[in-house]
Design a protein around this ligand. Structure first.
Ligand code: ATP
Length: 324
């Protein structure tokens, strides 16, 4: 392998820049030519590809978003699009591609490998919903952003003896909701992975809390649940109508996707980015960089895509114990 292209795909996440920096600098350190591919797989289909030097990734480790920009690319899901991307890759002399993104982006990489490209996947999404990895780049920063917002909401909720419903991102996964719920002392955490009963699990819990002397109530509503039962504003109204407790809904939205990455995201992105390139340099490819038992490992891409992940049951039980 002489030339590696790097791209970010799917939703952006804080720490993607730190990963790009690690990929580019590790490659240059080992004497490889490094190319940046803009806007996910779109750049491969359209030829939006440029040389990257060590200086091109200066001053980005602390910045959210992705300097390569990201996108979802419809063309890349067709054989025709893949063939085009392969021709363009050949024209630029690309021997291998590092994709930073989620499971969807891994699927794209896996399919592209069938056309002869050597691929390597890095987990980048705030949702931590990649089945093969305990941790994804951007997850820690997003949780800290939500935590900061929740602490502020708690201040005002206490002063007014209010109930607060906070809707948080996570797509179809409740990892952000669960962890922030524990860290923020939520009374109720609604996760897409678990069924719940509106009257018993929400209304009764709030009323019992009031009878036990609670002064405020926090409900974390995961995005995957909001999609099914309605958003924070709708849920707030229902709770207020039934309990008589003033209830306010907050939808945090895209604030969760931005911001300067935390130390954990920067370090993990750096370690994972460097590992991806070292493996390619050593002739190992079609792998996914993952975290297992807190260690950074690599997995076969098909094996990684076949894996399943659930939320942490112990944490969920703990939240019930600690919210009495
Ligand atoms: P996030 O979870 O942050 O949204 P993701 O990587 O899961 O990230 P997707 O939108 O699912 O995001 O996928 C990103 C891109 O990967 C798609 O736009 C498409 O170009 C490519 N892709 C996804 N699935 C496939 C597939 N089955 N075959 C080929 N390409 C795919």
């Amino acid at each position: 392998i002489k030339t590696i292209g790097v791209l970010t795909s799917g939703g952006d996440a804080p720490g993607m820049n730190a990963a790009i920096r690690a990929v580019v600098r590790t490659g240059i350190y080992y004497g490889l030519k490094m190319l940046g591919i803009r806007k996910g797989y779109n750049g491969l289909v359209t030829g939006d590809i440029f040389d990257m030097s060590a200086r091109d990734v200066s001053d980005i480790i602390h910045r959210g978003g992705t300097i390569l920009q990201t996108a979802r690319c419809k063309a890349f899901t067709t054989d025709e699009g893949m063939q085009k991307a392969m021709s363009i890759s050949k024209a630029f002399g690309i021997d291998a591609i590092v994709t930073i993104g989620g499971d969807g982006s891994y699927r794209g990489a896996r399919d592209f490998s069938k056309f002869g490209m050597k691929v390597m996947g890095l987990p980048g999404t705030i949702d931590n919903d990649i089945a093969s990895s305990e941790y994804t780049i951007g997850y820690d920063t997003a949780m800290n952003t939500v935590q900061d917002a929740l602490d502020k909401i708690r201040d005002t909720a206490y002063s007014h003896e209010r109930c607060s419903v906070l809707e948080v991102m996570g797509r179809r996964a409740g990892h952000i909701a669960l962890n922030v719920g524990i860290a923020g002392g939520a009374e109720v955490i609604l996760l897409p992975e678990r069924e719940f009963d509106f009257d018993k699990d929400i209304i009764r819990k709030i009323i019992q809390g009031r009878n036990n002397g609670k002064k405020n109530y926090i409900i974390i509503l995961a995005e995957g649940v909001a999609e099914k039962i309605g958003g924070a504003l709708e849920l707030s109204k229902k709770i207020e109508d039934l309990t008589g407790i003033e209830t306010r809904g907050t939808v945090l939205g895209y604030i969760q996707r931005g911001g300067s990455p935390t130390i954990q995201d920067r370090v993990m992105a750096s370690v994972m980015g460097a590992k991806a390139v070292k493996l390619l340099k050593d002739g190992v490819y079609n792998r996914i960089i993952s975290v297992k038992d807190s260690k950074v490992i690599d997995l076969d891409i098909d094996e990684a895509l076949a894996m399943k992940k659930d939320i942490d049951n112990d944490l969920l039980e703990l939240s019930n114990v600690l919210s009495i």
